[in-house]
Design a protein around this ligand. Structure first.
Ligand code: ADE
Length: 271
């Protein structure tokens, strides 16, 4: 995966991503970062100006279309040397769809991603219309520029690229898989500040441990992210058994019964 970032602060991107797991993945060649300074494409050689006043008035300066467009053309030409596919171009903006793990998984399938980081009061709409394929926000708050949101997305996408995480850093069991948050975890010592590690985790019974973890995940999700819990519940309601000879509940049925006071079944099965 090659990340290309159009920015006024390329050092911010390079420094922010060159450490820890993304830095290691870059050194090993699983991902690459190309932070391109939009100022290098300013038509104004002397002052390297990239912004100007907004037509119609209003506070603040706007990033102009031409330097961004020329910067994008240079990145595009580079991508074309190795790929026939036109890249997705992401404008990071509070006006976009809110980023989540599903979007990270989808974007991790691409070979090249181009990010445009805005500054000042925004970007001339015409260049956005010309080059942008996706408008993405990292949440409902406003930051001073697009570099941090771009780095947040690049980090989340990178760790899903095959090879980037080691086996023991696996991306599979963690929060947001199946709409559930991760279960609580414990390391040594067995007792700390009078708090003991749950006995089941030391039982050596893997099936019981897995069941306990699933239940803890569901309880935690219901408490902390009721919106995700509702999605999980909808997707995990069991099918209504045709005849109720089977007495023993499945683990999922048991958990739902515990948390909802009854086992809930899929609606279509009642018809
Ligand atoms: N630029 C400024 N704030 C932002 C946000 N919340 N998400 C994405 N880009 C931004």
């Amino acid at each position: 995966m090659n990340f290309h970032v159009m920015t006024l602060f390329p050092e911010m991107i390079e420094q922010g991503l060159s450490n820890s797991i993304t830095g290691r993945a870059k050194d090993k060649g699983y991902i690459s970062f190309d932070a391109v300074n939009i100022r290098d494409y300013s038509a104004d050689n002397k002052h390297r100006k990239v912004d100007d006043y907004t037509y119609g008035g209003g506070a603040g300066m706007l990033m102009q279309a031409q330097p961004i467009y020329d910067c994008f053309q240079a990145i595009s030409a580079k991508i074309k040397e190795n790929s026939e596919k036109a890249p997705r171009v992401i404008y990071v903006t509070p006006q976009g769809s809110v980023f989540n793990q599903t979007m990270a998984q989808e974007l991790a399938q691409e070979d090249n991603l181009v990010f445009l980081c805005g500054h000042y009061e925004g970007v001339d709409e015409r260049v956005l219309e010309e080059i942008v394929t996706d408008y993405i926000s990292i949440g409902d708050y406003v930051l001073t520029g697009g570099e941090l949101p771009a780095m947040v997305m690049i980090d989340a996408i990178s760790r899903l690229v095959p090879g980037v995480l080691n086996n023991d850093e696996s991306a599979e069991t963690e929060s947001f898989n199946n709409n559930l948050l991760e279960y609580p975890q414990y390391s040594r010592p067995e007792e700390w500040m009078g708090k003991k590690v749950p006995a089941i985790l030391m039982s050596g019974d893997h099936k019981k441990v897995d069941e306990w973890r699933l239940e803890q995940s569901v309880i935690r999700t219901k408490e902390r992210r009721p919106d995700l819990y509702e999605k999980w519940l909808e997707e995990n309601k069991p099918e209504k058994p045709k005849n109720r000879r089977r007495k023993k509940l499945t683990k999922i049925e048991e958990i739902i019964q515990k948390l909802e006071g009854a086992v809930l079944y899929r609606e279509e099965d009642d018809k």
